[in-house]
Design a protein around this ligand. Structure first.
Ligand code: FEO
Length: 385
């Protein structure tokens, strides 16, 4: 598929895999984007997941026929993009791999390739004829070897996972009136929160490094090619990586027998009645990445957990640990939940939130055994916000 005369999309959509990295649900699929730059020399930028080899090579052949690929640019070594490197080398034996020094041992470790690798440094360029490719290191976005590739002549940034999104790419690949930034914003935020969220500082460093480029096209490894929405996409990444958030609440809970759930739903209604946006997530029915997305979106986190094994109910602990692992900053926090004979969950959640530097809005909102309005005053709790 032509993005320009010289840049072609040869990626694939995956609507079969249920869990990305065997952990993140894909209700709308995902794409593994790969690109050809066709000039006097031909460069392939990243590959695709292993199970799509046939479609991937068919896409390449439909763009360049029997022409050889001269260079394989490796921006990132996670196997959703690197799995077909050895297959590319078998199909195109003279193809030289172009990457940075940190990727070289990973290429050997994952793909067993040790020869014909050109190691480039920060800012170095590779001429393909009319078009050149320039390489910038963006370490820890989100692996140590990550880099991006820039074409000045095409004003195109091949950004690796940066600016990527869950959700299969649209039929015509490029964002457009029928597939806008708004259509992808939630899944882009969930992708960021799940995959990249721990690395806010490296993302900020990368954004500063790319600041002077006059970008007209972002070719990420997942989701649409961004042309219409570049300012929104970059602004979203800037906000997410600064842990900046909208006024609102992510209210997530787990409940065994419905008592903490009733409290959660009452509290959500009371919060909404105050005109504050409140996203509610039942962690026993839904993967925690959806709540994690809204932790990145909103400035207040409210978690409901019964006490279990003298601790936090495991689905809620998983989310709280996920928040702490990603070093989320600057949130207001409130915990509540039921217990039967000894209260522990709220105290432990508050301790984790305090260690994360969150503002604790109230200590000890907990109730013994069954829910009742007299035990859990939702309006009074909502008035704390
Ligand atoms: Fe899409 Fe980090 O691989």
């Amino acid at each position: 598929m032509r993005l320009s005369e010289r840049i072609r999309y040869v990626g694939v959509n995956d609507n079969q895999t249920e869990l990305f990295e065997r952990q993140w649900p894909l209700p709308y699929g995902v794409s593994y984007n790969s690109y050809l730059v066709v000039d006097e020399k031909v460069a392939l930028i990243d590959t695709a997941a292993a199970q799509f080899a046939d479609e991937f090579f068919a896409n390449i052949k439909s763009e360049i026929g029997d022409r050889p690929i001269d260079y394989l640019i490796v921006n990132h070594m996670e196997p959703d993009h690197s799995a077909l490197q050895a297959a590319v080398r078998r199909e195109y034996p003279a193809c030289q791999i172009v990457t940075n020094a940190k990727a070289v041992p990973m290429i050997e470790g994952y793909q067993g390739i040790i020869d014909n690798i050109k190691v480039i440094k920060e800012g170095e360029s590779l001429s393909l004829g009319e078009v050149s490719l320039q390489f910038f290191m963006v370490p820890m976005v989100h692996w140590p070897e990550t880099m991006v590739t820039w074409s000045t002549e095409e004003n195109t940034l091949f950004s690796g996972d940066a600016f990527g999104s869950f959700k299969a790419a649209p039929a015509d690949v490029i964002d457009s009136k029928s597939s806008t930034f708004a259509d992808y914003q939630d899944e882009m935020t969930r992708y960021y929160a799940s995959i990249v969220g721990k690395y806010g500082s490296p993302v900020q460093a990368a954004l500063k490094k790319l600041n002077g480029l006059e970008i007209k096209r972002i070719c990420s490894t997942h989701g649409p090619v961004w042309e219409q929405s570049i300012s929104q996409v970059v602004a979203l990444y800037d906000r997410l990586s600064r842990y900046d958030a909208d006024r609102g609440v992510c209210l997530a809970y787990g409940s065994m027998y419905g008592n903490t759930e009733r409290a959660a739903l009452e509290l959500a209604e009371a919060i909404k009645a105050k005109g504050i946006p409140c996203a509610v997530h039942n962690l026993t029915e839904e993967d925690y990445s959806f709540a994690l997305r809204d932790v990145f979106k909103y400035d207040t986190v409210i978690l409901g957990s019964p006490t279990y094994n003298n601790g936090i109910f495991p689905p809620v602990r998983q989310l709280m640990q996920g928040i702490c692992d990603r070093m989320v900053k600057g949130r207001r926090f409130l915990a509540f939940g039921s217990f039967t004979w000894a209260a522990a969950s709220v105290k432990l959640l508050n301790e984790m939130a305090a260690a994360a530097g969150f503002e604790i809005l109230s200590e000890g909102i907990t109730f013994r055994q069954g829910y009742s309005k007299s035990k859990f005053d939702a309006e009074a709790i909502a008035s704390l916000l």
